[in-house]
Design a protein. Structure first.
Length: 438
């Protein structure tokens, strides 16, 4: 998932949505129809540097779909700050779009509402078959043992972007491979009004992505095998502290980043204000802000020691966007045709090129257009060292609760308050207390 800023009300609203689904289905009608076969409403997520850029990318493709099928698509690009709560409201009211983008980490949570159309074998056959999609993308489409709640649209992975000229000026030979090396490089870069690295400290979901990866590297997870919240293990506490310490202890992140939540860290990197950036598939975003592809390098996200790989050497969550269909759509057949169109080999090449993401469709991913060195790093990460966030019903509450805890710890660091193991554990304990009781 990309650039989410989940509101604090998300957990409450999801609880309401889950209650609604338990009482009969998560939609006001309980089922869909084909009463409006000539139109569709599509909620797209804000993937580009701005909503208007998304419209310029998507509108020609939607017009192409209309020309092919006769179905007119009403497009709304929804900011990440609003998307989750808009979806949750729609699951309870039944007043939602026909087709929508969801962050892939939300798949199991939204699946639990009962409002999304399941993608069983028959449904997948209508769009060319499930085996067209890569396994890593399918792993973030819903809870294990259930039919997927959505279909992969864009795949992404985190990478370390570094400013080549700033590295050369600071006498740094190459990108850091470990966190100690990153901290050392960041200290060399943090001078003359510039900083080593940028983060979105006020963005709960961006925080949770990094906290999750750091936790994996510390041999921890935030949920037990049976899906219960486990936020205060030694590994989870150490992971969150290591992430926040990049500002609190290492001083390689500007205190002002504690208030960043809307891609400001990407803009700072594009403008040469920071030397490093941890981001999902950032090339198109950087290009739109005037940064030449020759000006930066791309490397795997650092690990604690050694090189990325399986197990504790995880260096990214499986990021991406899925397409879902509301079960109570009044154009179910048209919605399926739209998903088929958007995941066709041709459209996958066009859309993922526009967003510098990786196609989750095998044939498109193998196209030479996705063979650049940057894409090689992302594809290798997805194939060998990325792990899906927990596909459990409480996942979106987890993003809000722990992501907000990390946000508050960054605020402490920015204000000069000491971030200790004890304060981190207290913050995570508070976050765990906000989760639904099992």
């Amino acid at each position: 998932m990309r650039r989410i800023r989940a509101a604090a009300t998300g957990a409450v609203m999801l609880s309401l949505a889950l209650t609604a689904s338990a009482c009969g289905g998560g939609s006001s009608t309980g089922g869909g129809s084909n009463d409006s076969p000539e139109e569709l409403t599509y909620w797209a997520s804000n993937q580009a540097a701005g909503i208007e850029i998304d419209k310029k990318v998507l509108r020609p493709e939607l017009d192409k779909f209309e020309k092919q099928t006769g179905i007119k698509v009403k497009l709304e690009v929804v900011p990440w700050s609003d998307l989750l709560n808009r979806i949750l409201t729609a699951t309870t009211s039944g007043q939602g779009p026909d087709v929508l983008n969801i962050g892939n980490t939300w798949s199991a949570s939204l699946q639990a509402t009962g409002a999304l159309q399941p993608w069983d074998a028959e449904q997948f056959e209508k769009i060319g078959g499930k085996d067209r999609f890569v396994d890593s993308a399918l792993g973030s489409t819903g809870a294990a043992g259930q039919d997927p709640a959505a279909v992969p649209l864009y795949s992404m992975a985190y990478a370390l972007y570094y400013n080549k000229q700033m590295f050369a000026d600071a006498g740094i030979d190459g990108p850091p491979a470990t966190w100690d090396e990153l901290a050392a490089a960041g200290k060399k870069l943090s001078k003359d009004g510039k900083w080593g690295m940028g983060v979105e400290g006020s963005n709960p979901a961006e925080n949770i992505h990094h906290a999750f990866v750091f936790a994996k590297q510390h041999g921890a997870d935030f949920f037990t095998a049976d899906g219960k919240a486990d936020f205060t293990s030694d590994g989870a506490v150490a992971a969150v502290k290591r992430y926040v310490d990049l500002m609190a202890k290492d001083k390689v992140i500007a205190p002002g980043n504690a208030e960043y939540a809307q891609n400001q860290s990407v803009s700072d990197f594009a403008k040469g204000k920071t030397g490093m950036l941890l981001w999902q598939s950032a090339s198109a975003n950087l290009e739109s802000q005037g940064m030449s592809e020759d000006a930066y390098g791309i490397a795997p996200v650092p690990v604690r020691s050694g090189t990325p790989g399986t197990g504790k050497q995880v260096n990214s969550m499986v990021a991406g966007i899925n397409l879902a269909v509301f079960k109570n759509s009044d154009n179910l057949d048209g919605a399926t045709e739209f998903v088929k169109f958007m995941t066709s080999d041709a459209e996958q090449k066009i859309l993922n090129t526009a967003y510098s993401s990786i196609p989750p469709v095998k044939a498109a991913q193998e196209d030479p257009a996705f063979g650049s060195p940057a894409n090689a790093v992302l594809k290798d990460t997805l194939a060998t060292s990325a792990v899906a966030l927990p596909q459990v019903p409480d996942e979106s509450q987890f993003e809000t609760a722990v992501g907000t805890a990390v946000k508050e710890l960054f605020a402490d660091a920015a204000a000069g308050r000491e971030v200790t193991t004890g304060s981190v554990k207290a913050a995570l304990t508070k976050a765990q207390q906000q989760m639904p009781r099992k």
